[in-house]
Design a protein around this ligand. Structure first.
Ligand SMILES: NC(=O)c1ccc[n+]([C@@H]2O[C@H](COP(=O)([O-])OP(=O)(O)OC[C@H]3O[C@@H](n4cnc5c(N)ncnc54)[C@H](O)[C@@H]3O)[C@@H](O)[C@H]2O)c1
Length: 478
């Protein structure tokens, strides 16, 4: 069998490390062979042997003892939908000091094998996932060893809801999938999905408007993650803000139900205008005493998907390997792609930059116009929401993820002392309690700063509009 190659970061550099894993049935710990060029380059003495441990899906440290080569490869080659961390340590087989690790995680090693005289030299990401997750590995309908979750989609029968629930049904991280919609055929959507041979259940609940909330409540029982794509979409010529009057009430009622039945669930708002509906959701949760800013996220992952695609298409790259943080909000000019932070590093002429920025800001309009009155983005949105929901679940299960999302934030880029933009999208670390850290936007160009400064009043206004509407229209009687 071919030696297994992992990407291995050493200091600031990424190198390749070749691991020869001996034997099929693995002995205690395997011996890893460092590629001779790497050995020479980093001055790793020939007498140094490596042993390796890996972090499994639950974050536990495992040696290869008792596990087989096939097991290891199954983890390592992405058969599972999580990032395997291969932790490599250099044995002190001679007097030479192994280079001290900077990386966290050493304590876990010490706990695992306190008597061992090893140094962690690096943590190698076997699946070197980019900042924003791309198509999850789950499309092969694998089985998950990691924690599994109850997921509910409110607006299940819609243009987004149906493909979204299908992608979630295929995700092995999902244990129980439910949904609710006011469309009478929603139970049928549930039955249809329940025939997919993935290891999860699926039920669709329906109730016509004004007939009580019992079915809605049933759909939410035990939910860990709730996605809300319920509401009306745009028609040509409409802005997202034009949807406010209808969707505000829908989001208010649905979030009130989440507050009552699943108050600790992560709530992922898709219904537009996200710049306002997230603020409405926050107010509804606050009024009911269950607001946890870490658990409320506006879904902006379609802006990320578009950015990666448009940049990659222009530059002849693989979209899955391109990362472009998108900050601000989720409507027109409030969507600010930080093209200067594109990775891998790409350069743009001013014309390219302006055209790309405009296309990313107004990418939704392209779809609305092309569908000619039949709605807005549904399939790409479902995909982007499924990717984001997967990252949220990974975070909840302890495997931290970095994603852009629209959250309660005190960072106002470049103007850190200002906090008027209460809700703002930037890269966030998703962890076991939801949003663990909201990252500042880092270095940006003067042009990007201007885009942010120019749109900030609009973004602030749209957030305030949502909060004010909730104050005037929310009657927390339920
Ligand atoms: N965040 C984003 O990036 C993004 C992208 C595209 C669309 N959207 C928004 O997502 C929303 C849905 O879009 P769509 O194309 O799926 O629309 P759609 O009309 O196809 O589906 C909406 C569904 O919501 C249901 N619904 C309406 N009121 C409801 C209620 N009170 N309870 C439960 N379900 C209810 C409808 O019956 C319908 O099935 C729109 O507001 C749209 O603007 C957001």
């Amino acid at each position: 069998m071919d030696p297994f190659i992992v990407k291995f970061s050493y200091g600031d550099e990424i190198v390749r490390l070749k691991l020869d894993l001996p034997g099929k049935s693995h002995p205690a710990e395997g011996v890893a062979v460092i590629d001779s060029t790497v050995r020479a380059e980093y001055d790793i003495p020939a007498s140094t042997s490596l042993k390796y441990l890996y972090q499994d899906a639950d974050g536990d440290l495992c040696t290869l003892k008792g596990s087989t080569y096939e097991d290891f490869l199954a983890h390592a080659t992405g058969g599972e939908a999580y990032t395997l961390k291969l932790l490599v340590r250099v044995a002190q087989t001679n007097a030479q000091e192994a280079k001290a690790p900077k990386d966290a995680g050493l304590e876990k090693f010490e706990e695992a094998e306190p008597d061992h005289d090893w140094s962690l030299i690096q943590v190698a990401e076997v699946q070197n996932k980019p900042m924003q997750a791309v198509a999850p590995d789950y499309l092969g309908l694998g089985s998950a060893k990691s924690k599994r979750f109850n997921v509910c989609v409110l607006g299940m029968a819609g243009g987004i809801g149906q493909p979204l629930t299908m992608l979630l049904k295929m995700n092995p991280r999902v244990k129980q999938l439910t949904g609710f919609d006011i469309a009478p055929f929603t139970p049928g959507v549930g039955v249809d999905l329940s025939h997919i041979d993935s290891d999860s259940t699926c039920i669709g609940y329906f109730a016509p408007p004004g007939s009580g909330d019992e079915e809605l409540y049933k759909s939410l029982e035990g939910a860990d993650v709730v996605l809300i794509p319920a509401g009306v979409p745009r028609k040509p010529g409409m802005t997202r803000d034009d949807l406010f009057n209808v969707n505000a009430g829908i989001v208010k009622n649905l979030v009130a139900a989440v507050a009552k039945v699943a108050p600790t669930a992560c709530i992922l708002i898709i219904s537009n205008p996200v710049n306002s509906t997230v603020a409405i959701a926050a107010e509804v949760l606050k009024t009911r005493g269950v607001y946890d800013p870490r658990k409320l996220m506006g879904v902006t992952s379609l802006d990320i998907s578009r950015s990666r695609t448009f940049v990659a298409n222009l530059k002849g790259l693989d979209p899955a390997k391109v990362n472009v943080p998108v900050v601000g909000g989720h409507a027109g000019t409030t969507i600010v792609p930080l093209l200067s932070q594109t990775s891998p590093k790409v350069t743009f002429t001013d014309e390219e930059r302006d055209a790309l920025t405009k296309r990313i800001m107004f990418g939704g309009d392209e779809v609305v116009q092309a569908k000619d009155g039949a709605g807005s983005a549904t399939l790409s949105m479902a995909y982007a929401a499924a990717v984001f929901a997967d990252a949220v679940m990974m975070g909840l299960s302890g495997k931290k993820q970095e994603q852009c999302t629209f959250v309660d934030s005190s960072i106002t880029p470049g103007l850190d002392d200002r906090s008027e933009a209460k809700f703002f999208s930037s890269v966030c670390t998703l962890g076991p309690d939801g949003v663990e850290k909201v990252h500042k936007i880092g270095n940006i160009t003067k042009h990007e700063q201007e885009l942010i400064d120019d749109m900030l009043p609009t973004l602030i206004e749209q957030g305030k509009k949502g909060a004010k509407w909730a104050e005037e229209n929310d009657c927390p009687g339920i």
